[in-house]
Design a binder for this molecule. Structure first.
Ligand SMILES: *Cc1c(COP(=O)(O)O)cnc(C)c1O
Length: 418
């Protein structure tokens, strides 16, 4: 087993040359900001303070009135805001270079607030075809019920989003990059240049460490912080970041929607953010080594990793991402049965639906996350019967290489179904 990638596929050197200078005088690096951010100076506690309270005592009616009528109040009632949750929101705004952020009870809480909070009956949305399955269902099944028309485009096709915009009618352009589950990329500069509708990126797979969509002119960035940001599989959380004006508007909807973040989960997420840069660095290095090793096997086909030159959008990845990230997607030769045998044969990696945590996880979309899609919808998402999504964790890379190689041997050596 090799433990270093070949020298012709170096890990990314760091932020692209034209990235905004975080090392400009006086601007701390993201690694440093991740350590310092989200600490609300509450007395002598170095660690952020947990406020589990659902409500707050107001000394006077004037105080209560002020709290009840101010946008983003965080000491009135926890559905409106909460100091622990506000610490998490400040941390994300800091790392994304945003004016403000709003946390939600889950990634889908954030996504449904953006879609239903910003769009009305008669509006038009341009959405990417390659999306997280629940987001896709929201666009396909819920939006039509509210009279919101959605056009799906191939997010990898240059100019596709802009070409589908109907001037005066399109209110939202929704993208995901890197996208589920084949790690397709969307050109953030192109998306940011679209004038008129509000542009939004689900950047869950990238985290604010790998890419910062707002710096490319995109209006809103959102995350399932359940994944890499909280990073330990012990929080269910979402977040949206952008201008003060847009976040305030979303806040007004969020208070009625009720998908408010739990202070416990927000605390876990701020704790996770402290190690986010080092986790991403290690996971990316392991993912590159694993992708390189798996790609060389004859029983692995169509392997996708943005950090490898074989990825169809590798040059775009180099332009807008710091590394190739922690996810690798590939097809096990032998189809559905071989895919199932593979995910049931791993021993260090585990079969579970999530990503971005310390544990290496494998998913088999055709039998789980995308099981509700019709065959042509699966194909449109680039999902084959043997497609595997691998989220590389923090175990020793050699243990992972041995485990994944052994599981592939078992999956593809077994006799076929016929
Ligand atoms: C998990 C995920 C979501 C949904 O987030 P939840 O926290 O599970 O609601 C949305 N988008 C992407 C890309 C995801 O991976």
């Amino acid at each position: 087993m090799t433990d270093t990638p070949p020298s012709d596929t170096p890990p990314f050197a760091g932020p692209a040359a034209d990235a905004p200078a975080t090392d400009a005088p006086g601007v701390l690096h993201p690694e440093t900001r991740a350590i310092r951010t989200g600490r609300r100076g509450d007395g002598a506690s170095l660690a952020p303070v947990l406020w589990p309270t659902s409500t707050f005592v107001t000394p006077t009616v004037a105080d209560a009135r002020r709290a009840a009528t101010s946008v983003g109040a965080d000491t009135f009632y926890t559905r409106y805001g909460n100091p622990t949750v506000a610490g998490f929101e400040e941390a994300i705004a800091d790392l994304e270079g945003a004016e403000a952020a709003r946390a939600f009870a889950s990634g889908m809480g954030a996504i449904s607030a953006v879609v239903l909070g910003l769009c009305s009956s008669g509006d038009h949305i341009v959405a990417q075809r390659q999306l997280y399955a629940a987001t896709q269902l929201l666009f396909q099944a819920v939006c039509p019920r509210f009279g919101i028309d959605v056009t799906f485009v191939d997010g990898t096709e240059p100019g596709a989003f802009a070409a589908a915009v109907r001037p005066g009618k399109t209110t939202l352009v929704f993208a995901e990059t890197p996208a589920n589950p084949k790690l397709d990329l969307v050109d953030l500069d192109e998306l940011g240049a679209i004038a008129g509708p509000i542009t939004v990126v689900d950047a869950t797979f990238g985290t604010p460490i790998l890419q910062q969509p707002l710096r490319h002119g995109v209006d809103l960035v959102l995350h399932s912080a359940t994944k890499g940001i909280a990073g330990h599989n012990d929080a269910t959380l979402g977040v949206v970041a952008g201008s003060q004006e847009l976040i305030h508007w979303l806040w007004g909807f969020a208070v009625l929607q009720g998908a408010s973040a739990s202070p416990f989960d927000a605390l876990n997420a701020v704790r996770g953010i402290r190690t986010l840069p080092v986790r991403i660095e290690r996971q990316s290095a392991s993912a590159l080594a694993i992708a390189t090793a798996l790609e060389a096997r004859p029983d692995v086909v169509d392997l996708r990793y943005p950090g490898l030159p074989s990825h169809p959008q590798h040059e775009l990845a180099r332009r807008q991402m710091r590394t190739g990230g922690s996810l690798v997607t590939f097809d096990v030769a032998g189809g559905y049965d071989a895919g199932v045998r593979f995910v049931e044969s791993v021993r260090v990696a585990q079969l579970a639906t999530s990503l971005g945590g310390p544990e290496t996880l494998v998913t088999h979309p055709a039998s789980t996350t995308h099981v509700n899609l019709l065959p042509d919808e699966l194909a449109a998402n680039g999902i084959g019967p043997g497609t595997i999504r691998l989220s590389v964790g923090l175990e020793h890379v050699d243990d992972l290489l041995t485990d994944l190689g052994g599981a592939l041997d078992e999956a593809t050596a077994a006799p076929g179904p016929s």
